[in-house]
Design a protein around this ligand. Sequence first.
Ligand code: ADP
Ligand code: MG
Length: 291
Amino acid sequence: MIGHQAEKLEQLVASNSKKRSKKTRFVAITSGKGGVGKSTISSNLAFVLAQSGLNVGIFDADIGLANLDVMFNVRIKKNILHVLKGEATVADILIPITRNLILIPGESGDEILKYSSMALFERFMEEAEVLDKLDVMIIDTGAGIGEHIQMFLNAADDVIVVTVPDPAAITDAYATIKTIAVIRDDVSLIMNQVKSEKEAQAVFDKIKKVAHANIGPQLNLELIGKINSDLKVASSVKKRELFSLAYAGSSVHKDIVAIANNITKRLERNVLVTSNESGLTGLFKRLMEHF
Ligand SMILES: Nc1ncnc2c1ncn2[C@@H]1O[C@H](COP(=O)(O)OP(=O)(O)O)[C@@H](O)[C@H]1O
Ligand SMILES: [Mg+2]
């Protein structure tokens, strides 16, 4: 069964790489513990990247706990579950947030757990063309390391682990990094809810030291940014608005812009690389290595 599925996916990848002209950079946002700010960061980051002129997609892949529709304050009718059931196409479920930002809504019930991640990727691949114009796709994954999450983390161009500086979250972030390190050498970290740059750096240095000692020097762990703890963030989430829009120019908005700039730099570097290992085709090639 798996062999047959992989074969089908391989054909799709092959036909897709001929059609594709542009590379989409896939950025997976994950965490060890829930409630550390993944969805808040994903939604604001996607918005700021789109504001800079990029075509951005954001995929709500927190299987069973999807809530990006709430973050963006939009109503959704159909979501990825309907796509998996064959009741809608990917194009049908896309929700425009701004001119160049689209949301791919996820499912917040548990019915989706019946569907394999393989089926999800197959459907995506079959309909890859609608996502072709995207420069960046942010994937808001769930916490922990389930089968679905593992596939996203394996295949993405960038994996960003979000943590907050409390000891339990740091322990969970470290465990997540250790699991990701089995499949890839590059992992980025966002320190959320810190008091200062200095605190973010100090906590990061500690994690990095432990990671190097226990995982090995091949792990390239990078602090891609921090976000201060700020009541404006919490109140925006409650009011279903984006803090980078409601509080443009605030220190937390600047924190998100700095992270967006770091991602944009990677995009620019990516343009210089002519291999087809990036983007949707690359994503699925790497996924297939999983089977
Ligand atoms: N930088 C921050 N400052 C203050 N509160 C924050 C910050 N980041 C996140 N939060 C709070 O944490 C809550 C959980 O965030 P959320 O993005 O839903 O986490 P996750 O997606 O990881 O489960 C938000 O509702 C918000 O109130
Ligand atoms: Mg979330």
